[in-house]
Design a binder for this molecule. Structure first.
Ligand SMILES: [Zn+2]
Length: 95
């Protein structure tokens, strides 16, 4: 993990000044795995963030405007306040 990110990682909640803990948001795919399972940093099932740009798509001959994802697929790290439950997410550059 990038050193700059670790230096900026929140340790104090911006809402209530409680303690922030590092964690990982997950959907049902990761939820089906045991807590003992070690999730690799580059694991595909991890929540990702990716930059987008406006793009035109085509479906069944119809054109529509939407977003296309570009750039690296960064893994998301989410911190949670142990007191108020506030979540703060980061997608640090890959080292
Ligand atoms: Zn808090």
């Amino acid at each position: 993990m990038a050193g700059k990110f670790m230096a900026m990682a929140p340790t104090v909640c911006p809402k209530c000044s409680g303690v922030m803990e590092e964690g990982l948001r997950f959907d049902y795919k990761l939820g089906e795995l045991s807590d003992d399972y070690v999730i690799e940093d580059k694991e595909l099932v991890r929540e990702r963030w990716q930059k987008t740009e406006v793009a035109v798509g085509k479906f069944l001959g119809r054109e529509y405007t939407g977003k296309r994802r570009i750039g690296p697929r960064l893994a998301v790290i989410t911190f949670r306040c142990v007191d108020c439950g506030y979540l703060e997410s980061y997608a640090p550059p890959t080292a």
